[in-house]
Write a protein that binds this ligand. Structure first.
Ligand code: 8YV
Length: 326
């Protein structure tokens, strides 16, 4: 009996061929469009497995897929999935946790550097022919080396950010997570702080937590008020971990110096957002893992997970082990 796989994210030719050697494959282009979503809904009744990312697969949608055995996400974040629903139905959910860690941490430091040293603003000034004289204090940025790095969330990506700060930039590292991590403290001379104390002490506050019911809205008006006017805020986690209106107000009121944002409450971010009108905001299009090498490695990992699930084997990156009936 041939399995039917529904793809809602395009794969490279080699990975597509590999998948087609084991299953009948339907590709849904642009699943976020109304036409694409309609095609996805039409394909679900025959789907044994799904592979893709960045589309919310809620119960209402997956109730249309009675034979679904597995969902393979090309992402580390799993906030687009109703894990309890999938587990109740015995549907395996897998993700791609390891292959994107270093690339996403690189993105975090790209934002730290770009925001602190005003790279985008000053590069645009040169590009626009406005570099008329030696730059002066009105164009100076902030140092990164030696400044205090505060990391909220100490998972794989948080650790990789700590590694860059400690070894690369000589930054004292503070962190906040569910519980203290002695191994991280030993490796990076990192110090555990309460969220409040981290926000008070850090020169750079970097969000790396997953989006969960617990972390949604974690950083709002009260938290921005604890930060200092020279604090720079970096978000490489999920937009909804932050109250975006509170962030806008904190920037407009000078409560924080600047922000480097790769994720937003709504994506793509509204072109009219005040965040895109401020020179002290560096905004990037959710590019955390977006390199040729890493996205191909993620897709390869997702295909491996999906083929294992269809073969009745336990996938390497199983998010909901309670769904495993093997
Ligand atoms: C992209 C991410 O959303 O892995 C995640 O959770 O946020 C990013 O890597 C994802 O890779 C889209 O394919």
């Amino acid at each position: 009996m041939t399995n039917h796989v529904v793809l809602y994210k395009k794969l490279s030719a080699p990975l597509m061929q590999r998948l087609q050697a084991h299953a009948e494959v339907t590709l849904i282009d642009d699943p976020k469009s109304s036409a694409g979503l309609a095609r996805l809904r039409d394909a679900l009744p025959h789907a044994d497995a799904l592979l893709g990312a960045s589309v919310k697969l809620d119960a209402g949608l997956l109730d249309l897929a009675p034979t679904l055995k597995a969902v393979s996400s090309v992402s580390v974040g799993v906030d687009n999935y109703d894990i309890d629903y999938l587990t109740r139905r015995g549907i395996l959910l897998t993700n791609t946790p390891d292959v994107l860690t270093e690339t996403t941490a690189d993105t975090g430091f790209a934002l730290i550097m770009a925001t602190a040293r005003r790279v985008v603003e000053l590069a645009n000034m040169v590009r626009d022919g406005q570099w008329k004289q030696n730059i002066g204090p009105q164009h100076f940025g902030s140092d990164v080396h030696g400044k205090t790095l505060g990391i909220i969330g100490m998972g794989r990506i948080g650790e990789a950010v700590a590694q860059r700060g400690h070894f690369g930039f000589g930054m004292p590292v503070l962190y906040h997570s569910h519980s203290p991590k002695p191994a991280v403290e030993a490796r990076f001379d990192a110090r555990y702080r309460s969220l409040e104390d981290l926000l008070r002490e850090a020169d750079f506050v970097c969000l790396t937590v997953p989006l969960t019911a617990e972390t949604q809205g974690l950083i709002g008006t009260e938290q921005f008020a604890l930060m200092r006017p020279e604090t720079i805020f970096i978000n490489i986690a999920r937009g909804k971990v932050v109250d975006e209106q509170a962030l806008i107000a904190a920037l407009q009121n000078g409560q924080i110096r600047a922000a480097g944002l790769d994720v937003f409450e709504q994506e793509p971010v509204n072109p009219d957002s005040p965040l895109l009108k401020m020179d002290n905001v560096v905004a990037t299009p959710h590019m955390g893992s977006a390199t040729h090498e890493t996205r191909e490695a993620m897709a390869r990992c997702a295909v491996d997970n999906l083929l294992a699930a269809l073969a009745g084997e336990r996938p390497k990156d199983l998010v909901n082990p309670a769904a495993w009936r093997g």
